[in-house]
Design a protein around this ligand. Structure first.
Ligand code: HEM
Length: 619
């Protein structure tokens, strides 16, 4: 395994914000990477109410300091601190003349010969110290540098160098037009311990074979079945919120969304009910321990975990090893149980095959006769567990944050949910009708893309825009920059679902010509895009139909921290109150998914003995 990256640039690696071992309470922030406070993102007042005076005073001092820090960073960028000077006499002469006031245009013309020998343009280059970006979500300074250096620039940190891409045409070239020339690079190295050769880190033949096997599992009938599951899981969350509303307790929505999406993805992938909204089980804790470790590794300057003895003496590494063992045993058990089910089934496999008792992806794969080792299957399941969990949770978190800043949008959303859903659970037909909710999710994904950056490495020499590049370049495609670029969007920082016409097509990378990449693009595009869109639309519509949400009084300011997805530094604390209208009790017959029955696994146990209790998403 290669040395870890020295800057926290990752995708599908969870945020450091969460502490994995305290699930008896909530997912708690453990580290704050500082605030972002740039004017492009307005998070000024976290609760939309006037702060009390002492708090307000502290906040304005904080804001002033933030603005000062930001101004300093901008000044440092413009002073050329991040710009590599060309060596040699012509460059020094040019720099000297520039300092005495000779116009840049004239200097560029006069010294163009000095750049000529290699006869091709050079990628603008920025360099810096890690301390320059450590205090905030890493993609924020990348955005500042983008405004200065443009759609492609090289960022150098000591011996490491990365190409930062924020140009739609170049992104399209890497992701779609010449995707064969790029691998997942450092991402695969960092995630190997948890995802192995699962679909996200895999490259080449393994990726091709596994993608071909897995994609058919997410067929139309499966996705339709999942709508019920989304509704049932969200209803379980609604009951929790109902209780909080009765008790007048504020709720931390980020941790609740994390639990909601974990419960959903467990059922959807391998028909296992984590039941994390109700229970704190060993397996849930193990999942979070592993997720947190993945991010720790992504930012560690020295890969200590590669030192054999370290694994045995470090308490953290021992904990990770135990967690991984539990997850692996659990997945192996689930695979074995599912294999038995498939063996006993009178199977007629076809394109839209689905077992009504167990509609999971695992069941489909085994029934399809997928010729794959248990290890590969485990890697794929673990990969999808991470990919489909953190992302959807982050989308819901930021959507609710954004809604708290735009009451008008919330009102429209509630109106739509009232009229489309009335008093029942959503169905597949509703997905076409919940148009405004879909636009809200589209817009939330534009402002808070999950992940904010895609990682690639060039496998051969190539040309990006006008610039030739060599093989082995590490590349970050900055979706954050593309989605917030003032060149691409009117009022880029404004949360405005109306920018996507209701009667227009669902925005995607193709119809937006790669300026909008919420699910990536090209052959490595997310295979869970429809699943995730429906999941978030169902949860959003059901929640706003039943409750009003406001930032809680005295809630911590909402700031970003980075992992694979964008997390808040201190959670999203909201006050939830029941809506008076419309009648709110769903009347649809409840399918067999047993929402109230705890199926928790005692700490440290695998779930083999629990499988009998794993309920089905279908009657
Ligand atoms: C809102 C939720 C989601 C978002 C924003 C999202 C976003 C993405 C993005 C941007 C990629 C491309 C990564 C790259 O090119 O490097 C991706 C890949 C992937 N996603 Fe998702 N995803 C979401 C939900 C899901 C779900 C629910 C699943 C599984 C059911 C899933 C499974 C995957 C897999 C397996 C890949 C790798 C595909 C490949 O490399 O062939 N995602 N996702």
């Amino acid at each position: 395994m290669a040395a870890a990256a020295t800057i926290p640039l990752l995708q599908f690696v969870p945020a450091k914000t969460f502490q994995a071992n305290h699930y008896s309470n909530k997912l708690r922030p453990t580290k704050q990477r500082g605030s972002f406070g740039l004017s492009m993102i307005t998070c000024a007042s976290s609760n939309g109410r006037e702060p009390d005076s002492a708090d307000g005073g502290v906040k304005s001092v904080e804001r002033l300091l933030e603005e000062k820090r930001r101004a300093e960073l901008s000044a440092r960028i413009s002073s050329g601190e991040f710009t590599v000077e060309k060596s040699g006499f012509p460059s020094q002469l040019k720099s000297g003349l520039s300092k005495v006031g000779v116009p840049t245009g004239l200097l560029d013309f006069l010294f163009s010969w000095a750049d000529a020998p290699e006869n091709y343009p050079k990628i603008p280059e920025a360099k810096g110290a890690i301390s320059a970006i450590q205090s905030e979500a890493f993609f924020v300074p990348l955005f500042e540098l983008y405004l200065t250096y443009g759609g492609i620039y090289r960022l150098t940190f000591g011996p490491k160098s990365f190409l930062i891409v924020s140009d739609p045409a170049i992104a399209k070239h890497i992701l779609r037009e010449n995707s064969k020339a790029y691998s997942k690079g450092i991402l695969a190295e960092i995630l190997e311990f948890v995802m192995g050769t699962g679909l996200i880190p895999a490259d080449g033949e393994i990726w091709r074979v596994r993608r071909r096997a897995i994609v058919p599992a997410l067929h139309q009938k499966y996705v339709t079945a999942m709508i019920n599951l989304f509704g049932e899981a969200t209803d379980r969350l609604c009951r929790k919120l109902d209780a909080a509303a009765s008790d007048g307790e504020d709720v931390e929505m980020e941790s609740l969304f994390s639990r909601l999406t974990l419960d959903i993805i467990g059922k959807a992938l391998f028909n296992y009910d984590f039941d994390s909204l109700t229970n704190d089980t060993g397996i849930v804790e193990a999942v979070y321990t592993v997720l947190r470790e993945a991010e720790d590794r992504s930012v560690a300057p020295i890969p200590l975990w590669e030192i054999p003895i370290w694994k045995d003496i470090s308490p953290q590494q021992r904990k990770v090893a135990t967690a991984l063992k539990l997850i692996n045993t659990t997945l192996d058990d689930l695979i074995a149980i599912c294999k038995r089910m498939v063996d006993e089934e009178e199977l007629q496999f076809h394109e839209e095959y689905m077992n009504e008792q167990d509609p999971s992806i695992l069941h489909f794969l085994l029934a399809s006769g997928d010729d794959v080792s248990s290890k590969q299957l485990r890697d794929d399941l673990m990969t999808m567990l991470i990919a489909g969990h953190e992302t959807s949770a982050a989308v819901l978190t930021w959507t609710f944050y954004l809604l708290s800043t735009e009451p008008g949008v919330m009102a429209k959303l509630q109106e739509e949910a009232d009229s489309v859903l009335g008093d029942r659970f959503p169905t597949i037909d509703d997905m076409k009708k919940l148009k405004y909710a879909t636009r809200v999710i589209n817009e939330s994904l534009r402002l808070y893309p999950q992940p904010p950056v895609l990682i690639r490495r060039s496998l051969e020499d190539d040309k990006l825009g006008d610039y030739p590049i060599k093989r082995n370049e590490d590349i970050f495609i900055c979706i954050w920059n593309l989605h917030r670029s003032p060149k691409q969007w009117d009022n880029a920082d404004k949360f405005n679902p109306e920018r996507w016409p209701l009667d227009g097509p669902n925005p995607n990378e193709t119809n937006q010509n790669f300026r909008y990449l919420p699910f990536g693009g090209g052959p490595r595009k997310c295979l869970g895009d429809m699943f995730a869109t429906f999941e978030t639309v169902v949860a959003l519509s059901m929640l706003v139909r039943r409750f009003n949400f406001q930032m809680a009084l005295g809630a911590p300011e909402v700031k970003m921290t980075t992992g694979a997805t964008i997390h808040t530094t201190e959670g999203l604390k909201m006050t939830v109150s029941r809506r008076i209208k419309p009648p709110i009790v769903p009347t649809l017959e409840m399918p067999a998914f047993e929402v109230d029955k705890p199926v928790g696994v005692p700490k440290g146990d695998s779930l083999v003995s629990q499988k009998g209790e794993v309920s089905s998403a279908h009657p």
